[in-house]
Ligand binder design. Sequence first.
Ligand code: FAD
Length: 327
Amino acid sequence: MDFNFTNLSAKPSGETRHVKVLILGSGPAGLAAALYAARADLAPVVLTGMSLGGQVSLTHMVENYPGFPSGVGGQELVDLFQKQAERFGARVEFDTASEVDLSRRPYRVSTYNGEYLADTLIITTGATPIHLNIPGETEFTGRGVSYCATCDGWFFKDKDVVVVGGGDSALEEALFLTRYAKSITIVHRRDSLRAGAILQKRAIEEPKIKFIWDTVVTKVAGDEAVRSLWIKNIKTGAEQELPTDGLFIFIGHHPNTELFAGQLEMDGRGYLRTDVTMHTSVPGVFVAGEAGDPHYRQVITSAGMGAAAAMQAIRFIEELEAEEAHA
Ligand SMILES: Cc1cc2nc3c(=O)[nH]c(=O)nc-3n(C[C@H](O)[C@H](O)[C@H](O)COP(=O)(O)OP(=O)(O)OC[C@H]3O[C@@H](n4cnc5c(N)ncnc54)[C@H](O)[C@@H]3O)c2cc1C
């Protein structure tokens, strides 16, 4: 099923619009937040950003989202999220926030097409896995190239896979892949790992894991699926073809939060800080999904956080309205 472009609302064409709930991002967190806010009759507006449906729309098959015993296409899943939110009055607009002013409420959000004043803001701008930027990487994403072992490990039962990276997450994910894969080859551009000592020991002692040092992957090759990689030793310059069924890239994630720099508290990597109620450091501004979550990074956890953030936004608006009524 294709993402439904025809359901996207008309552009606001330059005017300023006042909304009770503005949601930045159309991934699982944003669309789940939209569903909850819409069912509370708050007519939320969702700005899609450049990636309609978010990261999961890139993958062919999602097998770990409950309710779909045979799995569901990534795009189909977010299309269903969108339809469900729209059924209750959410508006999904093909627009991107370019600037925010969170110094006073209503919060001002400038977009490519206009401007919004928002009583509450739910930030679900997600994160982007850092790419190798090599030929074949994009083409084979979802067909053998992956950035998530929890999501895709199952597809590599008894297969040979390559992991790129040398930090904690690369080793954690490589160890996780030993549950499924026949062999895991870690290709690392240095001759030592950055990961913590315990993880290093576990990975080195694991019989399914072997290492290729001082080496980078330069190309992904295949037909309908990945069949091999081209790798290059950076010390000798020697290149060779490495047959494999999959490539897992764990060289880091980058939260899409630059827009909020200096206005919202972030950790050292740029993830927005939130309390247990999904509140950021500014009252009425909430964060859900990967923009504030370096840990779980799943559709279900992001959607769950989106629902929680919307419930808190609903409460915030109710309190605001009660205060105004008594003023
Ligand atoms: C290839 C791949 C396969 C995956 N497979 C699975 C899987 O099988 N199961 C699973 O549970 N998880 C999977 N994941 C992880 C899952 O996709 C993410 O955890 C989830 O999408 C995060 O949701 P999110 O809403 O927080 O952010 P994202 O999905 O990252 O969405 C962010 C949204 O914010 C928008 N945005 C960004 N900047 C702006 C802006 N300035 N203004 C407005 N909008 C903006 C983007 O356009 C996008 O719509 C996979 C990820 C990838 C990359």
